[in-house]
Design a binder for this molecule. Structure first.
Ligand SMILES: C[S@@+](CC[C@H](N)C(=O)[O-])C[C@H]1O[C@@H](n2cnc3c(N)ncnc32)[C@H](O)[C@@H]1O
Length: 450
């Protein structure tokens, strides 16, 4: 990551200081020795481990985790050779892509393979849920890796955020460039051509970015005017897997506590915008006289209509915007901040920096939480509510695992929902941010509005 030397040094010395503080706090040495060199910390019921998740999970007991909710690397590198990937995975090997990943991040080079998910499946209790965010482009590979680890695909939930920026190439411009033809600039716009494709959304404030509008210079380009190469990203799928049950649902629940989704705890309140569908409360008679009439007749046998006033049944879509700056940076006030240019790996003033495609926060003066792929609290809390099994007297409280913690968003969500968690992160910079955010979240309790 190309960042200013001074700040990098400041951060390194802060990390050294952080580790000293951690040692003086006397973090849980029992677990520390069980994960080798890794140094877990306990933050009010939320364990944070710096290290590789496969190694950290290998040191955890079998069937000890109630649920996994995570956001693994999406693998936004160049298109892989799927046959080669599968031949490695089927032979029991790892596949190394070597690509740059999202915003050039090496850790995002490729989706975690079956060997990682085998460890996840081993530590998960039978019937435990494993929800993994993914990209619309690589979710097939992630799903296969999880299936090869003998996890069962149960559903997919779309996190809908609407506001993605289309990474689209204007085909007419590319053709003119190929022909070496110079285009005449015919105007400037507050938004660029690719964004004009995005379909009636609210125009974003691009903070000084002015796109030029140019006319096709060649006959070839004219034919392709208006053609782009990508849609506007508006949702991300979260793959919903489960470790196979042992016996029936009832038997599994009685033995392990797991297997069910907490429907009533996760219902959508009427009017909640997380449900982007029609908001009117359904007329119970709306199916009469239609093919749904039999359905209503069946419902009529069950008096009263149980659950109707509790809210909508939790759906496999959840709409919420990306994390706000306030949510992103809560608790990070004491950390060494970097600039938006550093965070997006751009040189200030360069063409790449000026382009809104550089990424969110590029023009910020100070970015304390510079993790590029933060997940919002609202959807994480929804998943925590769904997958947490009931506490059983005499047994340890339920615990949720996040093997790819990043800046600790899942643990913050678990703290807000009063559920214990374990988070693993391999990058010391992100680990430090995660620790600050989790400490803050545990102090706040129900911090984040949903
Ligand atoms: C998509 S990000 C997670 C972001 C997180 N959901 C948040 O809101 O901050 C994935 C994270 O996994 C970490 N990671 C990648 N490979 C890992 C591994 N083998 N073990 C532990 N962490 C890993 C990366 O450093 C990165 O921070």
């Amino acid at each position: 990551m190309a960042r200013h030397e001074g700040k990098t040094e400041a951060r390194k010395s802060q990390q050294a200081g952080d580790r000293a503080t951690q040692a003086s706090r006397g973090s849980d040495r029992g677990l520390a020795s069980s994960v080798g060199e890794m140094t877990p910390e306990d933050i009010s019921g939320h364990r944070l481990i710096l290290g590789d998740c496969r190694e950290a999970m290998a040191a955890m007991p079998e069937n000890s985790i109630d649920a996994i909710v995570c956001d693994p690397p999406y693998g936004m590198s160049a298109e892989p050779d799927a046959a080669e990937v599968l031949s490695h995975w089927l032979a029991g090997d790892d596949y190394h892509h070597g690509g740059g990943g999202f915003m050039g991040k090496k850790w995002d080079s490729f989706v975690p393979g079956p060997s990682v998910w085998r460890e996840a499946a081993r530590v998960l209790k039978p019937g435990g849920w494993c929800i993994a965010f993914s990209s619309t482009r690589t979710s097939d590979l992630l799903g296969i890796a999880m299936r090869l680890a003998k996890l069962e695909r149960r559903d997919t939930c779309s996190w809908i955020y609407y506001s993605g920026f289309p990474k689209s190439l204007a085909l007419d411009k590319a053709i003119d460039s190929k022909h070496g033809a110079e285009r005449e600039v015919i105007g400037t716009g507050g938004h660029c051509g690719v964004f004009a494709h995005s379909g009636g959304g609210t125009l974003q404030d691009f903070k000084g970015y002015t796109a030029t509008i140019s006319a096709p210079a060649t006959e070839d380009a004219r034919r392709f005017a208006g053609y782009g190469t990508a849609l506007k990203p508006s949702h991300e799928p979260a793959l919903i897997f489960r470790k196979p049950l042992i016996g029936t649902y009832a038997e599994n629940a009685l033995q392990w506590g797991t297997g069910g989704l907490n429907i009533d705890r996760a219902r959508f309140a009427y009017g909640d915008q997380a449900w982007p569908g029609p908001q009117e409360i359904g007329d119970p008679d709306r199916f009469r006289g239609t093919d749904g009439g039999a359905f209503v007749a069946a419902l009529d046998k069950h008096e009263p209509r149980a659950g109707h006033n509790l809210g909508r049944w939790p759906a496999n879509i959840y709409a919420t915007p990306k994390a706000s700056t306030a949510e992103r940076n809560a608790g990070c006030e004491q950390l060494t901040a970097i600039t938006g240019a550093e965070a997006t790996n751009r040189t200030e003033g360069s063409a790449g920096f000026e382009n809104p495609r550089a990424g969110a926060g590029r023009t910020a003066d100070q970015v304390a939480n510079f993790h590029p792929t933060l997940k919002p609290q609202a959807v994480l809390r929804y998943f925590v509510r769904l997958v947490t099994p009931p506490a059983i007297p005499g047994k340890p409280p339920p615990v949720i695992l996040d093997p790819f913690a990043g800046s600790g968003s899942l643990a913050c969500a678990a703290a807000a929902e009063r559920v214990a968690s374990i988070s693993i992160e391999i990058d010391p910079d992100y680990y430090r941010i995660a620790r600050a955010r989790i400490e803050h979240a545990t102090r706040q309790g129900d911090l984040f509005a949903m």
